[in-house]
Design a protein around this ligand. Structure first.
Ligand SMILES: [Zn+2]
Length: 493
């Protein structure tokens, strides 16, 4: 009798220690292929019309996520309703018409001319060309009262994605010098022009810099604009019919209580943006068919499927810490949902000790995971253990010069001090293969390697599990630019 009890106890102990050492078994069981990828297929379906923050279909996506959260039994935080954090976003409608005329050439709004800052305007003024609009370019130039035309970007680079970073600086510098408008030359070919053209031809987020100085982009692939400006004394800008509006937006938020009596007062937050960029104004032939819907499979239906699967898993197997799950809106229009949450958190920010965001542009290496922010927080060992368990190599930022860390939702929380890297699919090199899909109509489920996606999502859940169970509060690496904010947030000074 005694012997039997002992051996029973022994095998129970063995069983439980096995269960603890092998969370992969439970993760795998709760993430069968079709169930795990159902949210991906649904969110990326044509019916959701590209999940633009400004389109009605985004609310179908939000409702779907919230009802899944409810079905898993997630708790609601203060200030949400049906798991929705509902708020208004200040937007401006697209201009009804607009043009920029210089010499005998007229650039037309929505075709080869868009407005990136400011509202309706009618203006004729002298024009001047100012190189890249750098401090050096402007030292000996009189721009007062003038329309200033510059090359887009900061130097001779052809980088498209970073142009907005330099725009702010130029805009501010030119305003101080008394310029009346800034026009940037976008010199890349038509395929690359489509992205900003489409974005700025629709409703866009109002920006504090809107009132500073109007800013425009002109598509000038043949490089004729600078000569035209040099040979002309004046230019005319006309933009009309763009009006301020408010957009109703929703973050979807739920949580699972931790099991450890002490650690459960701390939260790990698992985040992904569920919005994408909507519908192209002009359909395009893509891989043999006419298409106009940006399905956003990689960016970021896959990430949302990851958060949903993590919620399903942790609802059944809670971690030591509590876990908060957020599907953010408005990321593509400037991290709007995550910024709103960071300013209006439904859980006090100093209770959130870590954010593991998940966001993707594409992948070209199915043997790895790239964590944007690897090496910057103390959670690297947990990340490594989780990826290794799924046979995936762990790498950091594939293109540090792109500033990816500061371009997804994780930065909204990082700026508040919360250690917050972003989990990404395998990118060996940020090359043409990635750009072929990134914010393109061809970001479809088509040839996505579903078995890799499944592994990637499972490793994400396991990483969150290890971090949530780790008794030591995560930190930034000493000297990180967000370390001071960390000390302030958690009163570590
Ligand atoms: Zn994204």
């Amino acid at each position: 009798m005694r012997k039997t009890t002992l051996s029973l106890l022994f095998s129970l102990a063995l069983l439980s220690s096995f269960a603890q050492s092998a969370p992969t078994k439970d993760i795998n069981r709760l993430t069968p292929l079709n169930e795990t990828l159902a949210p991906l297929r649904f969110l990326a379906s044509d019916e959701l019309m590209g999940r633009a923050t400004t389109r009605p279909e985004i609310h179908i996506a939000a409702r779907y996520i919230s009802e899944l959260f409810r079905s898993f039994g997630l708790k609601e935080t203060q200030g949400t309703q049906d798991y929705f954090q509902i708020f208004n976003l200040p937007f401006i409608t697209a201009p009804a018409a607009g043009s920029f005329v210089v010499g005998n050439k007229s650039y037309t709004f929505g075709k080869d001319f868009v407005q990136t800052r400011g509202s309706a305007i009618q203006l004729s003024a002298p024009v001047v060309f100012a190189g890249f609009g750098s401090t050096a370019d402007l030292t000996s130039l009189d721009v007062k009262g003038k329309i200033v035309v510059t090359n887009m970007g900061e130097n001779d680079s052809t980088r498209v994605m970073g142009f907005r970073r330099f725009m702010n600086e130029k805009q501010t510098r030119l305003k101080e010098l008394g310029a009346v408008a800034l026009i940037e030359r976008f010199r890349q070919p038509a395929a690359e022009w489509e992205m900003p053209r489409n974005y700025f031809s629709g409703q866009r987020s109002r920006d504090p810099l809107d009132s500073l100085l109007p800013v425009f982009l002109v598509h000038d692939p043949a490089g004729e604009l600078s000569a035209r400006v040099k040979n002309s004394s004046a230019g005319t800008i006309q933009v009309s019919g763009n009006n301020p509006i408010n957009i109703t937006a929703k973050n979807v938020i739920g949580w699972v209580e931790g099991t450890d009596p002490k650690l459960k007062n701390e939260f790990i937050v698992i985040t992904a943006h569920y919005d994408h960029i909507g519908v192209a104004s002009v359909p395009k032939m893509e891989e043999g068919k006419l298409d106009s819907i940006y399905n956003g499979v990689r960016d970021n239906a896959i990430g949302v499927a990851g958060v949903i699967s993590a919620a399903r898993y942790f609802a059944q197997y809670p971690a030591k810490r509590s876990i908060l799950f957020i599907a953010f809106t408005g990321e593509e229009m400037g991290l709007l949902g995550s910024r709103y949450f960071a300013e209006h958190p439904t859980i006090p920010l100093d209770k959130i000790v870590y954010n593991l965001n998940i966001d993707n542009g594409g992948y070209n290496d199915t043997g790895r995971v790239n964590v944007i922010g690897l090496g910057r927080t103390s959670a690297d060992a947990d990340l490594k253990k989780a990826t290794a368990a799924y046979g995936l190599a762990l790498y950091g930022d594939p293109a540090p010069e792109q500033g990816l860390f500061d371009r997804s939702d994780n930065v909204s929380l990082a700026a508040k001090g919360i250690p917050a890297p972003s989990y990404g699919m395998g990118v060996a090199k940020l090359d043409a293969n990635i750009m072929k899909r990134y914010h393109q109509l061809s970001d479809e489920i088509g040839d996505v390697d579903l078995n890799y996606i499944l592994k990637y999502i499972r490793s994400y859940i396991l990483a969150a599990k290890y971090i949530a169970d780790n008794p030591v509060q995560p930190t930034w690496t000493a000297g990180d630019k967000y370390e001071a904010a960390w000390k302030k947030l958690y009163s570590k000074d």
